[in-house]
Design a protein around this ligand. Structure first.
Ligand code: PLP
Length: 399
């Protein structure tokens, strides 16, 4: 007799194919899968979906407050899924991307969308903020000029508008609601990469975005030990297309990773609250430190994005990322010395959203766009804030 199992977590099914009693049953399952791909009653093959994946997707949909969520093998494949279902054959595909987006997305545009898929890509650049008083700092805050954006939408009529609300690494918070409203006015399908803000700070679907993507590699899994992505939405037609695309491209998340993500999501809100708290504590500490010339953190009253962030974000929180600039001093390469002093506790890691605080030297990574001496992006972890500040204090004393 089969025993009843009152499991608290979803079972981890690793089967690549599921078992059928007869050829007729298998045929019926395929027929049902083809005619109702959204909610078939049976599992057939792991590339289509697994029970562990579906359990994790339901949890993510609750978190994002979306009708559906589909997990993919990476943040990039979630972006590819979102855009892949919007490409139309036999017509020009004209898509608009706002410029302050993840560098990998720019590379995907340049290496895949334009040369291989023939997409007509328009990039809309942020420009120096008119409210910025020249000479205040070595970093000129950028923002999107909404009048110009409307002009481009009006003339070009792109089918897709894609953006991120918080820019990387300069952490500019954009007027996301106004951008979405403009896109809607011109009938764009709006995709938001919400990796930096997370559903804790902002839920773009509440503000009429059509699709939301996350690299779950970052805050949602949050332990720096998993690569994945998710696409969320409310439109059932887009869901059906995304299920088909993922099924035939084969980019879903493995059952093991879905299982771990399911558990890690239990602590997401707790973790993110601590990320935000630590980032704020560090921002305050750096703001008063004589060896730091600039602190960029949307939580600070003095930050150019502060009012925008207060208007957009929930929970009076401002995220876990901040950027600092070391004051010029006699050291030849202060960033190299500072980061090597910190590295036993706070290493350089080309990612973010980990439970551990990590660093990215800005000139080394984004030098072409931001050739700023002394600038470092910090992804704050969830360590004890006093211990964290202690590490930075020690390293600053020695440069
Ligand atoms: N979107 C943003 C904002 C990111 O920062 C990243 C990666 O750093 C990605 C998407 C891509 O995610 P993944 O590395 O999981 O493919």
């Amino acid at each position: 007799m089969k025993k009843k199992v009152n499991n608290l977590r979803p079972p981890l099914y690793r089967d690549s194919g599921f078992f059928f009693e007869s050829a007729d049953d298998l045929k019926a399952a395929f027929t049902e899968e083809a005619s109702h791909p959204i909610e078939p009653t049976q599992y057939i093959y792991a590339r289509y979906r697994t029970p562990t994946l579906v359990a994790c997707e339901e949890k993510l949909a609750t978190l994002e407050d979306s009708k559906w969520a589909l997990l993919t093998s990476s943040g990039m494949s979630a972006i590819d899924l979102a855009l892949g279902i919007l490409q139309k054959s036999n017509q020009e595909n004209k898509w608009l991307f706002l410029s302050e987006i993840y560098g990998g997305t720019h590379s995907y545009i340049d290496k895949i969308l334009i040369p291989r898929r023939g997409i007509n890509v328009i990039r809309f650049s942020a420009t120096p903020s008119p409210n910025y008083a020249a000479g205040n700092s070595e970093i000129v805050p950028m923002e999107y000029n909404l009048e110009r954006l409307e002009g481009i939408l009006h003339i070009q009529r792109p089918a897709v508008l894609y953006f991120e609300a918080v820019s990387n690494p300069m952490l500019i918070v954009s007027d996301a609601r106004a951008i979405i409203a403009l896109g809607k006015k011109y009938n764009c399908t709006i995709i938001v990469d919400n990796t930096f803000a997370t559903p804790y700070l902002w839920k773009p679907l509440h503000d009429e975005a059509d699709l939301v993507v996350h690299s779950v590699t970052k805050y949602l899994s949050g332990h720096g030990d998993l690569t994945g992505g998710v696409l969320c939405g409310n439109n059932t037609d887009l869901m059906q297309q995304a299920i088909e695309y993922r099924k035939w491209v084969g980019c879903n998340l493995s059952p093991d990773d879905a299982y771990r993500l399911h558990s890690q999501l239990d602590t997401f809100e707790l973790r993110f609250r601590q990320h935000c708290f630590n980032a704020f504590e560090l921002a305050r500490f750096f703001s008063n430190h004589p060896k730091i010339s600039t602190v960029i953190y949307p939580g600070l009253d003095s930050d150019t994005s502060h009012l925008q962030a207060v208007g957009l974000f929930h929970e009076n929180a401002f995220g876990g990322m901040l950027t600092i600039v070391l004051k010029p001093n006699s050291e030849n390469n202060a960033v190299a010395k500072f980061t090597s002093l910190l590295s036993p506790h706070i290493p350089i890691v080309p990612s973010l959203g980990d439970t551990r605080t990590t660093l990215m030297p800005i000139k080394a990574v984004w030098g072409e766009k931001y050739p700023i001496d002394g600038a470092i992006r910090i992804s704050t972890g969830i360590e004890d804030s006093k211990t964290l500040i202690g590490y930075f204090e020690q390293a600053l004393m020695q440069i």
